[in-house]
Design a protein around this ligand. Structure first.
Ligand code: ZN
Ligand code: MN
Length: 257
């Protein structure tokens, strides 16, 4: 039913007005349109934070603003980089201004509790900058009643869960691009967007511990997957999503109490 939706854009405006007036926290998911190997759709970084935000919002009486579906430039060492057709990069400058403008306009409408939920590694810095620019624009002295939380969903996974998901050791979040965490979460959320039979298994990537410009593409596995997809499962995806949903709900309840 339209009136029950947690998605802000699916509501008629009087219902949005009513929920904002009631103090609903607003979730702003940040994604990207980025290659995720041969075996997954390119909207992985959109699907995952949007789904987590919707789940938490329904638990805490929040609303989910439209996800920003373009991300800050994909980098070879964390997302494969710009060489893959279909990846659409926007600059850090533009991305931070998008985050800033959305927060400022929500603030103008009396929203005072915002959760920026990020699903794309390269959005970390520009999302921080966007929040800082919003606070500059609002005025630090006028922002005393505003609380903005910024969360990277992968930071919400418990060590015990990582140990269960990666019995042979966790490769680290940078190399997790299109690998076991994202593939498992997508198998749990949108299995029709995953086809494991198409995975090339050409990783893991062996990157030098620094960047070089313009970047050579040969360090990125041809598939675009930076680590391995073996061991991905919908069950693991549910463990990972459950950690994210549980912890974010706890954080939101505590911070906005
Ligand atoms: Zn991703
Ligand atoms: Mn990404």
């Amino acid at each position: 039913m339209m009136m029950d939706s947690v998605f802000l854009a699916e509501l008629p405006w009087p219902e949005a007005q009513r929920r904002i007036a009631a103090g609903a926290p607003i979730f702003l998911p940040l994604g990207s349109t980025e290659q995720h190997g041969h075996h997954m759709a390119m909207n992985v970084d959109v699907v995952i934070p949007t789904a987590i935000a919707a789940s938490v919002a329904s638990e805490v009486g929040g609303l989910v603003a439209p996800t920003i579906a373009y991300g800050n430039r994909s980098q070879p060492r964390t997302g494969g980089g710009p060489a893959f057709p279909g990846t659409v990069n926007i600059t850090a400058h533009t991305f931070s201004l998008l985050v800033k403008d959305v927060i400022c306009d929500l603030h103008r409408q009396k929203v005072r509790r915002i959760v920026v939920l990020n699903g794309h590694y390269e959005n970390i810095g520009p999302s921080i900058e966007g929040i800082e620019l919003a606070l500059d624009a609002i005025g630090r002295d006028r922002a005393a009643d505003v609380t903005i939380l910024r969360i990277d969903h992968w930071e919400m996974v418990r060590a015990e869960t990582l140990a269960r998901v990666f019995p042979d050791g966790y490769p680290g979040i940078e190399l997790e691009h299109a690998s076991v965490i994202e593939t498992s979460m997508m198998l749990a959320l949108r299995p029709e967007l995953v086809d494991l039979d198409r995975a090339l298994h050409d990783g893991p990537a062996r990157f030098k511990p620094y960047d070089r410009y313009p970047r050579p593409a040969e360090e990125v596995p041809p598939s675009g997957v930076l680590s391995l997809t073996e061991g991905s499962s919908a069950e693991k995806g549910r463990w990972l999503l459950s950690d994210c949903e549980t912890r974010i709900a706890e954080i939101v309840k505590r911070e906005f109490a």
